[in-house]
Design a protein around this ligand. Structure first.
Ligand SMILES: Cc1ncc(COP(=O)(O)OP(=O)(O)O)c(N)n1
Ligand SMILES: Cc1ncsc1CCOP(=O)(O)O
Length: 446
């Protein structure tokens, strides 16, 4: 029995790695599905343009499908760039021999504007491929072409989705809402005679390869045995995250980040384990004299580009406090458990992205002197120098303070302190790449 599920992509290659076969394979991997490929066309492409297209002979495309279907087996498949009518006919003829679900992304034009389907091949796509589709995933412009009507609103998208399904025999159609008017990206699914809307905010980010990755995510989840509507729901979350976390590369349309889906949860688990171990070690060190009145926190942030808000930084819930003669963490390590220190580390990372961990300890002149003697780079900020407009903005003091301390020493500080203000306890913050490095620096001060 085969334990891993398989998904096949019948699509073109994008040398920029943002769309096509490359996007599909990364997406399959993100869902733990083994990817199979039948390449239809090789494109020379980057984020700005498609500069060459070389179509694969139709019989070679068919043979790629046959080779993997008969040996390995295909749990679900998708089509992307099919390029010309001969490839379309060959793909239709071959996939008819098998009974896997088929998701059809009717790729016509690249984000950069280059045609990826010959004008005379649209009719062949409608005639030969769409009748075999479990789901067709057009964007607004593709849906206009397939339905022959203009789409401006969600209501228009509903009419178009039904029209495409009824006229072509496709089992379901989802008209994607990325290019439709409104604050939200609302995708309209027409399936079994009824509609379902999938909503997500239109996020800022990278969109090259969105159509490919979205249809590949649906395919991967169909391969895993999800029903169609559930597969689309997961794919919508996946693509919204992928756009928001897109890779800022190239000079044109930057590509979706498919790894965010697995990288963020994996990193969170690693951070949780490492920080929990370090907090335990800190408790065992029992540095009673280092615990300030307000308590200590110990934080560890997700790496960039994932570290954006305090919820992306793990800390100790309820902080670490002094109980009699012992140092104790009040609660467990949790993401979002720190406010002050999270803001400090997020600011530090803007200058030194690898420095993702920090701890705060009680201020004393002696500790600062010891840090300098031990060769640590020490800087400080003076709350009396804080501009009025920063003081008035809630939560702005720490980012301002960390930034001014970094600029003051013109090199990466290990330690930043401030002398407090009315109602504000003076404090020392120690920074490191990870909790272990923070503890190593702290040991120098004991
Ligand atoms: C080889 C190849 N296939 C498909 C596309 C389309 O990708 P993109 O231009 O980003 O548009 P969507 O993925 O959003 O449909 C391509 N450029 N190259
Ligand atoms: C009050 C204060 N100021 C800098 S660190 C600190 C204590 C930790 O605060 P948080 O738990 O919000 O990170």
């Amino acid at each position: 029995m085969r334990l891993v599920k398989t998904a096949l992509t019948i699509a073109g290659s994008d040398s920029g790695g943002g769309a096509g076969i490359e996007a599909d394979l990364k997406t399959f991997t993100a869902f733990g599905v083994h990817g199979l490929v039948a390449i239809t066309s090789v494109t020379a492409q980057n984020t700005q343009a498609v500069t060459a297209i070389h179509d694969i002979p139709p019989d070679v495309v068919s043979e790629q499908i046959r080779a993997v279907a008969e040996d390995i087996g295909v749990d679900a498949a998708k089509t992307g760039m099919l390029s010309n009518a001969e490839i379309i006919k060959a793909v239709a003829k071959t996939v008819k021999n098998y009974d896997f679900p088929l998701v059809v992304d009717p790729v016509m034009i690249a984000k950069s504007g280059a045609p990826l389907l010959r004008e005379d091949a649209v009719d062949a796509l409608i005639k030969y491929i769409l009748p075999l589709a479990t789901l067709v995933t057009p964007n607004r412009f593709e849906a206009e072409k397939l339905s022959g009507m203009k789409i401006r609103t969600v209501e228009d998208a509903k009419i178009a989705a039904k029209k495409i399904a009824e006229e072509t025999g496709a089992k379901a159609v989802i008209v994607k809402g990325g290019h439709i008017e409104g604050e939200e990206a609302i995708d309209v699914l027409y399936h079994n005679g009824s509609y379902r809307l999938y909503r997500a905010p239109k996020v800022e980010g990278c969109t090259h390869g969105t159509g490919c990755s979205f249809s590949a995510a649906i395919t991967a989840n169909l391969a895993k045995g999800f029903g169609l509507e559930d597969a689309i729901e997961v794919a919508k979350k996946f693509i919204t995250l992928g756009i928001a976390m897109g890779h800022r590369i190239g000079h044109g349309h930057c590509p979706v980040n498919q790894s965010a889906w697995i990288e963020i949860p994996a990193e969170k688990w690693r951070i949780y384990e490492e920080l929990t171990r370090a907090v335990r070690e800190f408790e065992e060190m029992n540095p009673v004299k280092f615990i300030p009145e307000v308590g200590t926190n110990f934080v560890y942030s997700l790496p960039l580009p994932y570290a954006r808000t305090r919820d992306d930084v793990a800390g100790v819930k309820g902080r670490i406090v002094r109980v009699g003669n012992e140092v104790r963490a009040v609660g467990p390590v949790e993401f979002g458990a720190s406010d002050h220190l999270a803001r400090a580390v997020l600011t530090f990372m803007k200058f030194y992205p690898e420095y993702r961990s920090a701890i705060n300890i009680r201020y004393s002149e002696e500790t600062v002197r010891l840090a300098e003697e031990q060769g640590l780079v020490v800087s400080f900020y003076d709350r009396r120098e804080e501009p009025e407009e920063i003081k008035e903005r809630e939560g702005a003091t720490i980012p301002w303070g960390i930034e001014s301390a970094i600029k003051r020493v013109k090199q990466r500080p290990d330690v930043i302190y401030h002398l407090g203000d009315v109602g504000k306890e003076p404090m020392i913050l120690i920074f490191g790449r990870n909790p272990r490095e923070v503890l190593d620096k702290l040991r120098l001060l004991l």
